[in-house]
Write a protein that binds this ligand. Structure first.
Ligand code: TRP
Length: 388
């Protein structure tokens, strides 16, 4: 669908071959190579020293830090330097509402909430119903707006604090964004946008202007409060092209360059690649009923052997197993228990059926709770909206 945009200079990771990595703001597929992402996007690896520095302020090593699920950044050190001098920061992240939320989307949001809690800082959350409308041929505006609202429920269900969380629904809230978007747009040339995003003659002009809108929440805190502080963006690395153009113009507008911290993608339940809505059978949506979750996990790609006998004798390979990844990313908090599961898997004591059954139980338990909170969120969405 996005073929026409795949040859941008600014987006180096393009390959036609099957299961080769493709990572652009509109498409992520294939087996993800994180070191190559850091190299080719030109971001910084998240060093042990920086991990320690975050933990010093948060007072704990969050699961996503200790398991290195956050792996790369831009200017996190600068933001921490400022913080240590008494200049706070705000968090900014977002979602393109093109469908229901899956558990892979929750990974960076969970980390964002941890940062909000520990640094007691504001979160600006952009729901890009406008972006998804201009970019996706087949979606109507009513649909992206509705997904935006539904997706916001998933965000709120994670427990964000209403007094510190400001959701921007682009289409409805554009009045708040528009003056800054114009300031941004005026300073980005078509040739830069084209080189960064790969726009073509056939690209609609809504899409060409759109990156200005994604830049705005980096600066909106200053507009709303008069307090000029940097924004730290926890997100997946595929959004980096947006921040590159934003960083280029930030100082011209009198603002800090936005900093970033990047999470790994939760893999899908198939072979290689991230969890992706375009492959629903290997993706667990938060609204999937228990029997659907069970079926999807049951069909997951594992590191198991061809036969039970072989597996008992030779053990299995958690490194390539998607089921094990789910424990690693989300569903086993306890490091000791995770290591024990890995050991039992490797030496053939724990078979795939047992491991899948347990994961199904955990995922369904989590989702049952999540859905309750999600329904409750319907009554309080207004409290989270940027305009009140
Ligand atoms: N463009 C993003 C998407 O398609 C949505 C988004 C807007 C976003 N602002 C963001 C994502 C900030 C991460 C951080 O998903």
């Amino acid at each position: 669908m996005y073929k026409e945009l795949k040859y941008a200079e600014g987006i180096p990771l393009v390959d036609e071959e099957k299961n080769e990595m493709v990572v652009t703001p509109w498409e992520v597929r294939g087996k993800v190579d994180y070191e190559r992402l850091i190299r080719e996007f030109g971001t910084q690896p998240l060093t042990e020293e920086l991990l320690q520095r975050i933990a010093k302020h948060t007072g704990e090593f969050h699961l996503q830090l200790r398991r290195k699920l956050v792996f790369s950044h831009r200017d996190l050190d600068v933001v921490l330097d400022l913080y240590e001098k008494g200049i706070k920061f705000v968090l900014y992240t977002g979602r393109g509402p093109s469908g229901p939320v899956h558990i892979g989307h929750l990974v960076p949001w969970i980390f964002t909430k941890h940062l909000q809690d520990k640094f007691n800082t504001r979160l600006y959350f952009q729901m890009t119903d406008d972006e998804k409308f201009v970019v996706e041929d087949e979606l109507k505006l009513e649909e992206t707006k509705n997904f935006g609202y539904e997706n916001a429920l998933d965000l709120i269900a994670l427990g964000f604090k209403p007094e510190n969380t400001f959701i921007i629904f682009d289409v409805e809230d554009v009045g708040l964004l528009y003056d800054l978007a114009l300031e941004v747009a005026k300073r980005i040339t078509y040739s830069t946008a084209k080189a960064t995003f790969g726009f073509q003659d056939s690209t609609n002009i809504g899409w060409i202007f759109w990156p200005a809108i994604q830049a705005v929440p980096c600066f909106i805190h200053a507009k709303l409060t008069g307090e000029n502080v940097p924004a730290l963006i926890p997100a997946a690395i595929d959004q980096d092209p947006y921040w590159r153009v934003t960083r280029d113009i930030a100082q011209k507008l009198g603002y800090y360059k936005p900093a970033q911290i990047h999470c790994r993608f939760l893999p899908g339940l198939g072979i290689g690649g991230k969890m992706s809505s375009s492959e629903p059978e290997t993706t667990i949506f938060t609204i999937d009923p228990p029997e659907v979750v069970k079926r999807k996990i049951w069909n997951a790609f594992t590191g198991g052997r061809a036969t039970l006998e072989e597996q008992k004798k030779l053990g299995a390979t958690p490194d390539i197993c998607t089921v094990f990844q789910y424990y690693y990313y989300l569903f086993e908090e306890d490091d000791k228990k995770l290591t024990e599961r890995e050991r039992q898997c490797r030496n053939g004591e724990m078979l795939c059926g047992e491991c899948k059954t347990e994961l199904t139980e955990r995922v369904n338990k989590f989702l049952a709770e999540h859905r309750k909170k999600r329904e409750k969120a319907r009554n309080i969405v207004e409290k989270f909206r940027i305009k009140r």
